[in-house]
Design a protein around this ligand. Sequence first.
Ligand code: GLU
Length: 498
Amino acid sequence: MTKKVRTRVAPSPTGDPHVGTAYMALFCLAFARQQGGEFILRIEDTDAARSTKESEDSIFQSLEWLGLEWDEGPDKGGPFGPYRQSERVAEGLYRGYVDQLVSQGDAFLCFCSAERLNEMRNELMAKGLSAQYDGYCLGLSKAEISTKIENGESHVIRMKVPREGSCVFPDKLRGDIEIEWSQIDMQILLKSDGNPTYHLAVVVDDHLMEISHIIRGEEWINSAPKHILLHQYFGWDMPELIHMPLLRNPDKSKLSKRKNPTSINFYKRMGFLPEALVNYLGMLGWSMPNGEEKFSLDEMIASFDINRISLGAPVFDIEKLKWLNGRWLREELSDEQFADRLNEWAYNRENLLKIIPLIKERVDLFTEIAPMATFLVEGMPSISEEDMTLKKVPEDIVKKVLQYAIWETEALNNWNRDNLNALFTRLAEKLDLKIRDVLAPVFIAISGQPVSPPLFDSMAILGSDMCRARLRHALNVTGGISKKQLKKLEKSYRSEMR
Ligand code: GLU
């Protein structure tokens, strides 16, 4: 009997949900639906320090907005829950599996200190070898291990990995892939704090949730041997593997927020239709048998065939997405639908209620609202080099502040007014500048005007990627930063902002 198709997407709730998550979710969903199977959403939140509730909610909302509906998940429940890894940890679900591996002799306790591991890695690298664990703790006797445990020595648990031969495994898109075992590290499965690593959790969860096909990004190909070996140790069947090509920046590097807006929220705020974004993500990895570029999710599901996934490097090109969006707007929406969608997008009560507190004190007439609040509903404000030339702040400082602000906000996990306030206050302190001078170029970059409604509240409404896109836009308007200048700036950034 063939197994029921069950696919899953397993995003980590850190920051704004990435278009890459939607891309994976789309392919998981299209395949599962086409096969009459199920699509599962699992939240990978074992990194407690970086995971946030806001981000998790944002994942639900973004995928819902795109119409990528899951059958089982943390919010929906299902027969294989819980669907949040933190809850699975709390239930002690992983511990028994690690203990099983240790008693089978397939995993071992490792007491090596960070210093020893560092030294070992440095030595290996100096010899031009890859910096993998050398198996030191494999040589400990039972008595030595017991004494160390009695003494309360901190330890992790690692999996055993053969040192010879290679792992050959099929990928549904790529055929057989061969990776030598010597390239595979003796992966930590359980951290010293008792939490599982991704590699253990993903294997246990995929098995218990009866996942039949693992569809994920190609950056995980090198981890597949570890997962296959763990399945063997447990005596479980390995799900089929499908490694999707990664989305790329126009310069072919991996799509990253350093260079491009990557959050689903950005595309929503820019006024893209969810149908068009889903269509575009589908188009990036797949083609319709009839060659038509514009297709709906239902059409994609109806004709979905894994063999039509293309392995080329898909470049995420905003201009192409815009072209496709234009087609959707013009060809699919009646005037009534257009009005409804516009209303749903930004001209709705909920959104107005966010904006009104910022402008109420500043207007006497409704007619004054549009000019003041345009920047909250537009894409890139129209600014010129002249606008970016400030009397009190020299050009090099303007550029520096904008670039530092881009880098600093990239690392900001929780995008809200207070955190933004703290971020810019710190930036001014570190650069020994008046906060007024730091904020002057930022005001113009974000709002297009030297004065605007409260900056941090506005930035919170606009969202992280939209703000960064505007900061980048303003930087380009000032003439941008050359590669050489950027290198220098990166260096000073690292020392000044520490
Ligand atoms: N959290 C991982 C990611 O989002 C999941 C990888 C996987 O699907 O196994 O890339």
